[in-house]
Ligand binder design. Structure first.
Ligand SMILES: Cc1cc2nc3c(=O)[nH]c(=O)nc-3n(C[C@H](O)[C@H](O)[C@H](O)COP(=O)(O)OP(=O)(O)OC[C@H]3O[C@@H](n4cnc5c(N)ncnc54)[C@H](O)[C@@H]3O)c2cc1C
Length: 421
């Protein structure tokens, strides 16, 4: 059987970052990827997707994108970047190898890793299988109901959908970008949305990622009590622009509150649309306030931008919200669920998951000795699941593995004294 110190499962950005830091620590390892490097960027997203952050920011420290630093690279360029990065660091990635099971060894440290290409024994295992693993669709509309139901994970472009209007459920970064693309393609679009943050794309000459950085928000170490489900609506599409739901409504999109229920072809919505929009605006304006305070405090010479504070009036769909939609009467041919993802760690047979299947860990160090995670949402901070943030978390995990290796290598004073005698 093949033996190594560390098996990294997953060859996305998290697995590549992990490989870099393990190599720097001199730790023998293998990265196993069931598809290709950065496959989710390549085929797991819609065709027109570009990075949510500009090229100068959404990258690893030791390599730049070849495009303009302020541009938002398309998804193929992002995938190519990680392929090139893996080559640059000589990452020992084996593609086309699926990990089917990881089981702790009995009576000694380490794991038996069952793969599609045979067994491997490893002292440590790092699960780098992504923050977004299994598409999650809330059980609202029965599977056999009339409109096509699709998760954003499966959406590619407007031509793929059957004729008719589209109900997009979810007002985060995916939902709002897909909804706008469909509207631009001439579709009638309904967008059902919940609580959200919608930071300014740019303010006073600086991109949102810069403001998150200098205001310390990338390093926030938890989503905060009661805020776990607040999604963030940002977009790099069309060169990057602030998500403004009211402007979308003024262009013809119908906004709706949270999807609440379904009965006999009719969907109901919570009466929370205005509240959700107002809270999103409050979040937006609070970032402007903090940015202004930062500029004043540090004496920065950045241009004033008072027009950024202008919020359009409520469009009709907000003033008179639709609380029930007859799907057939509205001509809805597709319900597109942009409702996020769930974990699937069913292949790890270890006691380190809660009742919902979420990892129990501290900064990625699992409850099971020798098992680690990297790339989880909020693993150590807000930036953890993003390109630049995962690199730093991977460094921490490699350090933890090196520390455990030093403990394992220690032979004990007593034994040395005996041997010397
Ligand atoms: C629509 C969308 C847009 C995003 N845009 C940005 C952005 O602009 N900037 C940014 O910083 N972040 C962005 N993110 C967040 C994040 O960067 C991506 O989700 C990224 O793909 C996460 O990388 P990862 O390596 O952690 O996981 P993944 O890219 O999901 O990689 C995990 C890999 O593990 C493999 N795998 C899974 N199970 C197994 C197994 N059992 N055996 C072997 N291999 C396995 C998968 O094939 C996959 O290649 C975006 C996310 C989404 C959904």
């Amino acid at each position: 059987m093949e033996c190594t110190d560390t098996v990294v499962v997953g060859g996305g950005q998290a697995g590549i970052a992990m490989s870099e830091h393990l190599s720097q620590q001199g730790i023998p390892h293998i990265v196993l990827e069931r598809d290709r490097i950065a496959e989710r960027w390549r085929t797991g997203r819609w065709d027109s997707l570009v990075a949510n952050g500009p090229a100068w920011h959404d990258r690893f420290p030791n390599r730049e994108f070849s495009c303009d630093v302020d541009a938002f690279p398309d998804k193929e360029s992002v995938a190519d970047y990680f392929v090139a990065y893996a080559e640059q660091i000589g990452a020992p990635v084996r593609t086309g190898v699926e990990v089917r099971e990881v089981v702790p060894l009995e009576g000694r440290a380490g794991f038996r890793v069952t793969t599609s290409d045979g067994l491997i024994e490893a002292r440590h295992v790092v699960a780098a299988t992504g923050p977004f693993q299994r598409p999650a669709i809330p059980p609202v509309v029965p599977q056999d109901a009339a409109p096509l139901q699709m998760h954003s994970n499966a959406y590619r472009n407007p031509d793929q959908l059957p004729e008719g209007a589209v109900l997009v459920v979810g007002g985060g970064s995916s939902g709002v970008q897909i909804a706008e693309e469909l509207m631009n393609a001439g579709r009638t679009v309904y967008l059902s949305m919940g609580p959200h943050d919608r930071p300014p794309r740019r303010y006073r000459g600086r991109d949102n990622v810069w403001w998150l950085g200098v205001l310390g928000k990338w390093n926030a170490d938890s989503p905060g009590p009661g805020t776990e489900h607040v999604t963030i609506a940002v977009s790099g599409a069309e060169g990057g622009k602030t998500v403004d739901f009211r402007k979308l409504a003024n262009r013809g999109m119908t906004l709706l509150g949270m999807t609440a229920g379904y009965d006999a072809g009719k969907i109901t919505f919570a009466p929370d649309l205005k509240e959700n929009l107002d809270k999103g605006d409050a979040n937006y304006l609070s970032v402007l306030d903090e940015a202004d305070a930062y500029i004043a405090r540090h004496g920065l010479d950045l241009p004033e931008e008072p027009e950024a504070r202008e919020i359009p009036d409520d469009p009709d769909c907000v003033a008179n919200p639709i609380l029930e939609l007859d799907l057939a009467a509205a001509g809805v041919g597709t319900i597109l669920w942009a409702t996020g993802y769930a974990f699937d760690f069913s292949w790890i047979k270890a006691d380190t998951f809660d009742a919902r299947g979420a990892p129990i860990h501290q900064r990625g160090v699992a409850q099971e000795h020798g098992l680690y995670f990297v790339g989880l949402p909020w693993q150590s901070r807000r930036g953890s699941s993003f390109i630049w943030g995962v690199w730093h978390d991977a460094k921490f995990i490699a350090d933890q593995i090196a520390i455990q290796r030093s403990y394992a290598a220690y032979e004990g004073t007593a034994r040395r004294v005996t041997e010397d005698a």
